[in-house]
Write a protein that binds this ligand. Structure first.
Ligand SMILES: [Zn+2]
Length: 265
């Protein structure tokens, strides 16, 4: 079996365990079915997620010029607190920024080996948490737009991590049960005063079950360093494919790469 196309981040379906689909130019390949199989991946080119040209990918699937020009790669994607669409002020393209920013957002706690705080559009729940490889996630505030959620996140990340430590997440040797609700009560006092009204207690805690077991070690490879790779797929967590020998590939980190993929046996 052979596939080829542009990599986009894996699509997931929250089941027990989570079902993953590799997205190659829109073809969805059900990766859970390939667990235990030998797979080869060969990097053959690029296709920017914005302009579709065969230009070296700079970041987040964008070529360098698109990364610095597209409203889908603007600073507010990474730093929600910089959002200004609610004031009618645009950064790169006000219409697109209004669509992204002026919709309900959730501030959450997630456990990925550490407790971290994050922000997501409601429409990205629970995908956002699965992409991070979170074991647990708990909404702690519900806001009307991205700016409000970002302001809460900024205040809370003085006291909590806001980035996933991917190595720790993949090592998978952490507690089975983390009381995020208890954590939420402890950090309530750090909510900025004007944003207390968005605080939301008593929401359901999400728990995720990945097709994954603790690896003997964790090393990651990229197609830049290793343009042809062959290995046996042994697990999937977050946006990482786990191969035998503790080799990991971050699929999301390869958005915009064009590959050939073969299922060998
Ligand atoms: Zn481009």
């Amino acid at each position: 079996m052979q596939f080829q196309g542009q990599i986009l981040k894996m699509t997931s379906y929250n089941d027990q365990p989570i079902q993953y689909y590799l997205n190659l130019s829109g073809d969805l390949i059900h990766m859970n079915e390939l667990l235990g199989r030998e797979i080869s991946i060969k990097h053959t080119g690029y296709q920017c997620v914005n302009c579709a040209l065969d230009k070296t990918i700079y970041r987040m699937g964008f070529c360098k010029s698109c990364f610095f020009e597209s409203p889908y790669a603007s600073d507010t994607i990474i730093r929600p607190e910089l959002s200004t669409a609610h004031l009618g002020i645009g950064e790169r393209d006000l219409d697109v920024e209004k669509q992204i920013q002026l919709q309900p957002h959730t501030v959450y706690l997630a456990y990925t080996g550490d407790v971290k705080v994050g922000v997501t559009r409601n429409s990205q729940i629970p995908t956002r948490w699965i992409d991070q490889g979170a074991t647990f996630a708990l909404p702690i505030a519900r806001t009307e737009n991205r700016y409000e959620a970002g302001m809460i996140e900024v205040a809370l990340k003085e006291h909590l991590a806001d980035k996933t430590n991917w190595r720790k997440m993949l090592q998978d040797d952490f507690e089975d049960e983390v009381d995020l609700a208890d954590f939420q009560k402890k950090i309530k006092e750090y909510f900025p005063e004007d944003f207390q009204k968005f605080y939301s207690e008593g929401e359901n805690m999400w728990k995720f079950d990945y097709p994954f077991s603790k690896p003997e070690k964790v090393t990651s490879f990229t197609l830049d360093k290793n343009p042809e790779f062959t290995g046996k797929l042994v697990g999937i967590k977050g946006q990482y494919l786990a191969f035998d020998g503790g080799n990991f590939m971050n699929v999301r980190g390869h958005e915009g790469y064009v590959i050939e993929m073969k299922i060998l046996n």
